[in-house]
Design a protein around this ligand. Structure first.
Ligand code: G4P
Length: 283
C-alpha cells in the first residue's frame, strides 16, 4: 500500500488516530528496523501520551543485527518497551506477547486497586504505510484468537481481537503519516520503498544508495556483484548494469533499469542485512 500524502490525508489520518487512541491503553508502534527513526512519526508521542508504549523493530531480518541491538537499547533508554520482530515469518512474536503483558501490568494493577476487575486492556497497532502492520496483526493475532464482535454502545463499529483474557487488540491498524520535511528522512524512506517510486528519480536514488553502501558497508557491492568498488558511484552503477545485463544491443547502458534492479536487490535483502541509520548519530 503506497500513499501520496497530501495535507488532507494527514488531517484525516490524525483525526482517526485521535479517535481510536481514546479507546485504548497500549500503543504497539511498528517501525522499520532499517530506519527506526525515519519510519516513525514523532507526533505519536504527543497523541499517545499517558498510554503504555511498545515499539516493535519490524523487518529486523533485513536490518543489521548489531544495530538492531543498539536500537533496542536506544528505545529502552527512552522508556519504551521494545521487541525486534519479523512479522513475515513470525520471529519474535512470542516475545511480543510477554512484552504486551509487561507493558499492561501497571494498568491492570491500577484497575485492580480501583476495584475495576476483568476489564481487558486494549491495544492498537500503529505505523506508517508499508511498515508491516497488517502482516503483524495477522501473525500476532493468528487463527487462535477469536474476534469479539461489536459491543453496542461502547465500541460501535470497532472490531476487537481477543488475544487472551486480559488483552484485546483493535483489528484495524492506525496509519501514521511519515514526516518528509527532512531530506535525509525522505531519502531513507525512498530506499526502503515507502515513497512511490513514480515520484522519485530512481537513478539518483540508486547513486545515493551506492554512496551510502560504499561508506558504511564497504565490500558489500564488490561481493554481491563481483565488481570493483571504485571511487565513482556512476561507474559502479555502470558495472552493476553490465553484470545484471542492463545493456542494449548497441552496447548502450540502461542506467534506469540497472538502478531499479539494484534498489530491488536492496529492498528484498539480496545485498544482505543493512541498516540505514545508526542510533549514536541520532542522539
Ligand atoms: P502495512 O500494513 O503497514 O502497510 O504493511 P504490510 O503488512 O502490508 O507489509 C508491507 C510489506 O512488508 C509486505 O510485503 C510484507 O510481506 C512485508 N513485511 C512485513 N513484515 C516483514 C518483516 O518482518 N520482514 C520482511 N522481510 N518483510 C516484511 P509485500 O512485498 O508488499 O507483500 P508480499 O510480497 O509479502 O505479499
Amino acid at each position: 500500500m503506497h500513499f501520496q500524502w497530501y495535507p488532507g490525508h494527514m488531517t484525516k489520518a490524525k483525526r482517526m488516530m485521535e479517535e481510536n487512541i481514546k479507546l485504548i491503553d497500549l500503543i504497539i508502534e511498528l517501525v522499520d528496523a532499517r530506519v527506526p527513526l525515519s519510519s516513525r512519526n514523532p507526533e505519536i508521542d504527543n497523541l499517545g501520551k499517558n498510554k503504555s508504549r511498545l515499539v516493535l523493530l519490524n523487518k529486523s531480518d533485513l536490518a543489521d543485527e548489531k544495530y538492531n541491538d543498539e536500537w533496542m537499547q536506544y528505545f529502552k533508554s527512552k522508556g519504551y518497551f521494545v521487541v525486534k520482530v519479523n512479522a513475515r515469518n513470525g520471529n519474535g512474536i512470542k516475545q511480543v506477547n510477554s512484552a504486551v503483558m509487561e507493558a499492561c501490568k501497571e494498568k491492570i494493577e491500577r484497575d485492580r486497586k480501583r476495584g475495576i476487575l476483568n476489564r481487558p486492556v486494549r491495544a492498537m497497532v500503529v505505523g506508517i504505510p508499508n511498515v508491516g502492520k497488517s502482516t503483524f496483526i495477522n501473525s500476532f493475532a493468528g487463527k487462535a484468537c477469536t474476534k469479539t464482535g461489536n459491543k453496542p454502545g461502547v465500541t460501535k463499529g470497532k472490531q476487537w481481537i481477543k488475544l487472551n483474557k486480559n488483552v484485546e487488540l483493535l483489528d484495524t491498524p492506525g496509519i501514521l503519516w511519515p514526516k518528509f520535511e527532512d531530506q535525509t528522512v525522505g531519502l531513507r524512506l525512498a530506499f526502503i520503498g515507502s515513497i512511490k517510486d513514480e515520484i522519485l528519480n530512481v537513478d539518483e536514488l540508486a547513486l545515493e544508495l551506492i554512496k551510502f553502501l560504499r561508506e558504511y558497508y564497504p565490500g558489500v557491492l564488490k561481493t554481491r556483484y563481483e565488481i570493483e568498488e571504485v571511487d565513482n558511484d556512476a561507474e559502479i552503477l555502470a558495472q552493476i548494469a553490465k553484470v545484471r545485463g542492463c545493456v542494449s544491443k548497441g552496447e548502450e547502458i540502461d542506467y534506469s533499469k540497472a538502478a531499479a534492479l539494484f534498489i530491488e536487490d536492496f529492498r528484498s535483502g539480496r545485498l544482505g542485512r543493512i541498516t540505514l541509520e545508526f542510533p549514536e548519530k541520532e542522539e
